[in-house]
Ligand binder design. Structure first.
Ligand code: ACM
Length: 671
């Protein structure tokens, strides 16, 4: 069992090794020497100062103290360790495209951080904290000179609190993590079919009927906005209309295309409830509601959703049909029942309302229909094509397709997606300039406060790098090397993406020793994309406490094992470790028996556990074949490959994640 720990321990990088910064700064040059970090650490601000910067330096010392375990007293000294200088103030309400650049110079005598305005200071502080490493005489920061600025001005996370509500504490620690990797937009998905999550004073029925008691008060919202502003993060609310709006329509059924829903939805997917765009009362309501919310959220952008209107009730409603006829909508092959035209009509009525309350309208890419002003912003979730199409037509946009964290893909897959890749690569420079960046998305159908961090981190750091660092930063092994270190570092903020797991496994193991379950959990992954739904049914009430909820999207152990196998085969070293790992995995199923017996929580896991052992056995056979020195024939290879595919199948939405490494052993035995 010890071997697993050897595999999984991410070691801190000693001085002299490559830095582990994420996102990678625009320019880094290494010097010689180390600035010691000890109990006398002191930071000072000169030039322009404001309370936000004082709070930021205070947090810096607090975090440094946690990170190093050294009590730091913030005693004022004449020679601060880190001097911070800021030229001038930023916008009162953080604006798109504000200067975030900074310069950080460290030598053995001290560190100096300079920035044009406070946002740059906030970004530079995070880089400084990432540089702190244990070294021979305690902690230190290696001598370095960094010039840094972001590639894209819009770098965000879309965060759904409608399907599963996330209390303020979860939101704030997410903001801490976002700031740590230099993200600057928190897009708060506050209403959907399953819940309306914010207090309205004008329309209190919204939270009374739409939230099940789980909503934020306006005071909490103001606190979160201030918390985010302190960390250089804009907060943009989303109220998804005219579809995804069951929770609003339960409270105000007169606004619905009949039949109005009677309760919020507990199931997921694209559902029928929809506003009635032909009803003038809808726009009166939206004017007042958006007015109230626009006053609460200071950001210049306001997200109105606009995605996934299935159009069923619009097709069936006699009133809507009569409206379409009166407006002379012409059916076309692309829009046979004129629902796209009707949605566009709704958006054309909505945009001036949003604008009247001082905001740019933002929406998912379905709102990209003719005649909307170029001031709107398109968030592309259906693919890069629509982003490029919008930019060609003169619309600004951000990319979310490829950055859906809830689909539990590998970090490398998100890393490969570039806002200026795909169709956008062929745009003119002027059109490309309309692509402002991107947002990761964390939809909350399959997460609770207990599990959500494990779905966001550390992969969000990798997306943050894609949006901050230059396009040429794309070395995947180096990304993983740094991601592992940053993942550990993020824990000092209280994020639970690592610590969540063990209590979950202990719960699953009941009275038994959880160790065999830890071994199993280390080498499996949740099914990808939307495949999990086929293991349902899932509702908002389904407990999310199974093995699938207890394993990260990407198995670190399987990834390291694949590297070990590859190294063993190409450099002929480390074969003993590969073998020992496989022997331990082969033996694990027998050890799982007591845990599996009479345990409803682990229903369906028995065949998974068996498959993991069998897959390990297949790997051991391949090693034996390699060592025999005789190349096996094509038929053996085919047999083994089929067996690997079969053993890699999912059970209870979880599958063995080291099939690729075993396949590589089989290939080596038969080439
Ligand atoms: C979306 O994922 N429906 C925006």
């Amino acid at each position: 069992m010890k071997r697993l720990l050897v595999l999984m321990g991410a070691s801190a990088l000693a001085y002299g090794q490559p830095l582990a910064l994420m996102p990678v700064p625009a320019q880094v040059s290494r010097g010689s020497g180390v600035l010691p970090i000890d109990a006398s650490f002191q930071a000072s601000v000169s030039g322009y100062d404001e309370p936000r910067l004082d709070r930021a330096t205070h947090r810096l010392v607090e975090r440094l103290s946690k990170q190093t375990g050294i009590t730091m007293h913030e005693v004022k000294t004449t020679k601060p360790t880190l001097t911070i200088s800021c030229e001038h103030k930023g916008e009162a309400v953080q604006a798109l495209g504000e200067d975030e650049s900074y310069r950080l110079v460290v030598d053995a005598a001290g560190a100096h951080l300079s920035a044009v305005q406070p946002l740059g200071v906030l970004r530079g502080i995070e880089t400084f904290l990432q540089l702190v490493q244990p070294e021979a005489n305690g902690f230190g920061v290696p001598a370095v000179s960094i010039e840094d600025h972001p590639r894209f001005p819009w770098r965000g996370l879309s965060y759904d609190v409608a399907r599963h509500f996330m209390p303020v504490g979860e939101v704030e620690r997410t903001l801490d993590g976002m700031a740590a990797v230099k993200l600057n937009v928190f897009h708060w998905h506050l209403s959907d079919n399953q819940g309306f999550r914010i207090e309205s004073k004008l329309f209190p029925r919204l939270q009374e009927f739409g939230s099940g008691g789980q909503f934020y008060t306006q005071e909490q919202i103001r606190d979160v906005i201030a918390y985010a502003h302190d960390r250089g993060i804009r907060v943009i609310p989303e109220f998804d209309i005219p579809g995804h709006a069951t929770a609003i329509l339960v409270a105000y059924p007169a606004l619905a295309t009949p039949p109005a829903p009677k309760d919020v939805d507990h199931t997921f997917g694209v559902l029928d409830a929809v506003m009635d765009p032909t009803n003038p009362a809808v726009y009166t309501f939206l004017d007042r509601f958006i007015g109230e919310m626009a006053a609460l959220f200071p950001d210049a952008y306001f997200h109105i959703g606009g995605d996934e209107v299935n159009g069923k009730l619009w097709r069936e409603s006699p009133k809507v049909k009569a409206f379409k006829a009166a407006e002379h909508y012409q059916p076309s092959a692309k829009d046979p029942d004129s629902n796209i035209a009707l949605h566009a009509y709704f958006n054309r009525k909505l945009e001036p309302i949003v604008a009247k309350h001082g905001k740019h309208m933002e929406g998912w890419d379905e709102i990209l229909t003719p005649d909307l002003p170029k001031s709107i912003l398109i968030q592309s979730w259906r693919g890069q094509k629509s982003l490029a199409e919008g930019a060609r037509q003169g619309y600004r946009g951000i990319l979310s397709a490829g950055y859906y964290l809830d689909l539990v893909e590998h970090a490398s897959e998100h890393y490969a997606v570039d806002p200026l890749g795909g169709d956008a690569a062929n745009l003119t420079p002027e059109q490309q300039a309309r692509i402002l960046g991107g947002e990761a998305a964390m939809w909350s159908e399959m997460v609770t406060p207990e599990t959500i961090d494990s779905r966001i981190w550390p992969r969000l750091a990798v997306i943050a790098e894609r949006l901050w660092s230059t396009q040429g930063v794309r070395d995947v092994p180096d990304m993983y090397r740094r991601m592992d270190v940053i993942s550990g570092w993020l824990q000092w903020l209280g994020l639970t993406h690592r610590s969540w797991q063990d209590p979950m496994l202990v719960r699953l193991a009941g009275e038994h020793d959880p160790e065999p379950l830890r071994v199993l959990a280390a080498f499996v992954e949740p099914v990808k994309g939307y495949e999990r739904e086929s293991f349902g049914p899932y509702t908002t009430e389904t407990p999310l406490i199974g093995l699938v909820d207890s394993v990260p999207p990407e198995s670190e152990a399987a990834r390291r094992f694949a590297v070990m196998v590859h190294t063993a085969l190409t450099q002929h070293t480390g074969f003993d470790l590969v073998r020992e790992q496989l022997i331990a995995l082969r033996a694990n199923h027998a050890q799982m028996q007591p845990i599996l017996k009479d345990n409803e929580l682990l229903n369906g896991i028995e065949p998974l556990s068996q498959a993991v052992s069998d897959l390990a056995a297949a790997g051991l056979s391949a090693i034996q074949a390699i060592e025999s020195g005789e190349k096996s024939d094509a038929q053996w290879r085919k047999q083994q490959s089929d067996r690997i595919t079969e053993l890699s199948a999912a059970h209870a939405a979880v599958f063995p994640a080291f099939g690729g490494a075993v396949q590589e052993l089989v290939n080596a035995a038969s080439q």
